[in-house]
Write a protein that binds this ligand. Sequence first.
Ligand code: NAG
Length: 153
Amino acid sequence: MLLLTNKFISKIMASSSSAMVCLAMAYLLVASFGSSNAQLTTNFYSNSCPNLFSTVKAVVQSAINKEARMGASLLRLFFHDCFVNGCDGSILLDDTSSFTGEKTAVPNNGSVRGFEVIDQIKSAVENVCPSMVSCADILAITARDSVVIVSKI
Ligand SMILES: *[C@@H]1O[C@H](CO)[C@@H](O)[C@H](O)[C@H]1NC(C)=O
């Protein structure tokens, strides 16, 4: 199991896809805290990334300003990420010659959209807090902000 896991992580780390690296980071984070008795909190990033929420919200707001439908698309992207082993950011993984992921699975291919907005958010977040925030958390925060912003249109 451990060997399999390490092989999986090496494979991901060798990939050039930032989504793959992000998933691996999220996995390592979960693996290192998995056995603790950690509770979910809304202020998890308040010290490590105090500008996280404002950074995400600014990009989501800008994307929805350009196209109101994007709000619904980002919520749906998060929803579809939650299929297959939970809301872990795995929908962001690009297929490779040896890997077929969720992005091109029948319910998602050409239908789930907004990946470029998530890429913009990830870049913005990496600028303010490098290697700190998981892609899974970015998807969750983005979905929340989308709902709030669209509800005010
Ligand atoms: C996904 O959609 C593209 C474009 O329609 C198609 O070329 C590709 O074969 C599809 N991939 C899968 C796995 O269905």
